[in-house]
Design a protein around this ligand. Structure first.
Ligand SMILES: [Fe+2]
Ligand SMILES: [Fe+2]
Length: 358
């Protein structure tokens, strides 16, 4: 099978990056209507068939919160004060500091990068909202439909809260990155509810839990911390749905289907990783005199790169895939070669919030 976005791949040193050109990105952003297949499935069984999903739905009901009234929006988020670690978490301040930039410049870049990250999460939340709506149609049991419906409400709230955070405190919604748009469209257009669940609930929700956890651990701003803590608790339920549903799916899958799912997961994560933040660097790099290509090359050449790069993947998504049997020796070597897996064989374990939802 051809690699995703094969025509936008090229080598940067030994590493193959995916880097979409400006014109194509602009046209991807104009593609607002996407043709997606949905298998609508009725059920006449209104009782509970899958107890664990019904209790996740109950947990979801108890966990509802109001993005307008439960958040203290009067808390300031000053753009000239650090609220995330100065180094290691965000790329721009880390690179700028290494190049000798002054603290104010690094702090400004950190704020811009935070805005960019939150914007991409916002677009991802919109995709999650739409995909979950699809699941209410396509899932076979009433338990799964109930659960998916409760997640629709969660994702609407996430879109709301992140949009408000950006509008009220950050100022700029950055447009969606090209690679992210392609991958989200791919998940939304996935042919079956099982592939949709694997793609969105296991891969993207797993990544989201990792990103939110790192931001939460790093943040010293009470508003950002509160929002991320709340969103992450919801995301943990969503990731738990992915695990519970996929556990059943893999039990029934043929070796051929397992192989397909394993490859699907690798292709998506590999493509996401192959961008190496070039989309972000093209948006923000020039403002700080940084050439995207040079920065990406520097990062890739650093001896700590595989450790630093794999952190986000090893947090939740890789351990979960491994537990489902969707990483075997066949793909493990490929994940390692791409700097997605590193160190401990399958990462440290399940995120505490996800574990609590299982
Ligand atoms: Fe979400
Ligand atoms: Fe979610």
């Amino acid at each position: 099978m051809e690699k995703i976005l094969a025509e936008y791949r090229r080598n940067l040193g030994d590493f193959e990056v995916v880097d979409i050109d400006e014109n194509r990105i602009a046209s991807l952003r104009r593609e607002l209507d996407v043709d997606v297949p949905i298998d609508l499935h009725w059920t006449w069984n209104y009782g509970s068939e899958v107890e664990e999903l019904r209790s996740l739905y109950e947990r979801g009901k108890r966990g509802q919160w109001n993005a307008e009234t439960d958040i203290d929006w009067s808390t300031p988020l000053p753009r000239d004060q650090w609220f995330l670690p100065k180094e290691g978490l965000e790329l721009l301040p880390t690179i700028l500091k290494a190049g000798g930039a002054d603290d104010a410049t690094c702090c400004a870049a950190a704020f811009d990068e935070f805005g960019y990250t939150m914007s991409q999460l916002l677009h991802g939340e919109q995709a999650a909202l739409q995909l979950c709506g699809q699941l209410t149609n396509a899932c076979p049991t009433m338990d799964a439909k109930f659960y998916a419906a409760s997640q629709v409400a969660d994702e609407a709230r996430h879109v709301e809260v992140i949009a408000k955070l950006i509008e009220r405190k950050v100022g700029t919604v950055y447009p969606i990155g090209g690679v992210l748009k392609v991958l989200l469209d791919k998940l939304l257009a996935a042919p079956t509810w099982k592939t949709k669940t694997l793609g969105m609930q296991t891969l993207f929700e797993g990544m989201a839990v990792g990103i939110f956890d790192m931001l939460q651990k790093g943040s010293t701003n009470p508003l950002v911390s509160d929002i991320i803590r709340r969103v992450k608790q919801d995301e943990a339920r969503h990731a738990a749905f992915g695990i519970l549903t996929m556990r059943r799916t893999v039990k029934e899958a043929t070796p051929e289907e397992m192989r397909e799912m394993e490859d699907f997961a690798f292709d998506i994560l590999e493509t996401l990783n192959a961008n190496q933040q070039l989309d972000m660097l093209r948006e923000l790099g020039p403002k700080y005199g940084l050439d995207p290509e040079t920065v990406a090359q520097m990062v890739l050449q650093s001896p700590e790169w595989p450790k630093f790069n794999s952190d986000i993947f090893m947090h939740t998504v890789i351990p979960n895939l491994a537990r489902l049997g969707l990483i075997t020796e066949r793909t493990e070597a490929k994940y390692r070669a791409r700097g997605i897996m590193y160190g401990d064989r399958f990462g440290t374990g399940t995120d505490a919030d996800v574990q609590a939802s299982l």
